[in-house]
Design a binder for this molecule. Sequence first.
Ligand SMILES: Nc1ncnc2c1ncn2[C@@H]1O[C@H](COP(=O)(O)OP(=O)(O)OP(=O)(O)O)[C@@H](O)[C@H]1O
Ligand SMILES: [Mg+2]
Length: 262
Amino acid sequence: MEPVLELQDVSMSFGGLKAVDSLSFTVRENEIVSIIGPNGSGKTTTFNLISGLYEPHSGDILLKGESVAGLRPDLVHNKGISRTFQSLRLFTNMSVLENVLVGMHSVTSAGPFASMLRLPSVRREEKAMYDKAQEILGMFPGRFSGPRQHQPAFSLSYANRRRLEIARALASDPVLLLLDEPVAGMNPAESHEVMEQIRMLREKGYTILMIEHDMHVVGGVSDRVIAMDHGVKIAEGTYDEVANDPQVVEAYLGKRAADATA
Ligand SMILES: Nc1ncnc2c1ncn2[C@@H]1O[C@H](COP(=O)(O)OP(=O)(O)OP(=O)(O)O)[C@@H](O)[C@H]1O
Ligand SMILES: [Mg+2]
């Protein structure tokens, strides 16, 4: 399968701290790749680099062979990389449906005058956007049906807000979907459901790079796992290979020991 995303020796520092250190990896079409690692190992910084929030100090990031390193976040999004955030960033006063609609590329071919006059071309586009939103919300059975779509996002349960973030990220038809801790804070039943949904997304053809601490979910969905520690990739392989890698075990145990004495 063709590489969708390639990181080539990507580095980024905050002051003296190397948050990401010569990181290289590839995500291929229709793969689910997970990044694991202790707190502060550089996982979210990697996402921030890929999605254009930060510019790498060195190295390159390619989407389907084309460099996106240092592009503005909105331009990276237009190129097809969509993400969710570890701390949710929904428009809490907007409805469920509106949150999905704003996730779509808002470039309408009709133009502002046609929009003001509400010409048929505009109504057709609006209808297409609405139908698309229904299709995406329908991927979360029983969660966002009927009147629930008109509820403000703030009124949703925590787990449904996390699901809505995924729905919004899907609205732009991403080439690559980045999920930052999609099951964080969920109970086992909720995270199991999200795991099933991530599997369903792979069946639909999506390519996913995910950060996750929940090893049940990581083991359950990942084609490949990358482990990071102190900004460096310390292991890569199947879930079993990485979970049993001595350096990975050491990274987690070392962190726990350090936390215990902190
Ligand atoms: N904006 C920032 N300014 C300064 N340091 C930062 C910034 N963002 C992250 N860091 C530091 O960079 C390192 C990597 O952080 P990052 O958020 O990428 O970790 P993470 O692997 O996502 O951790 P977690 O599992 O806790 O989410 C940490 O030491 C963190 O304190
Ligand atoms: Mg993080």
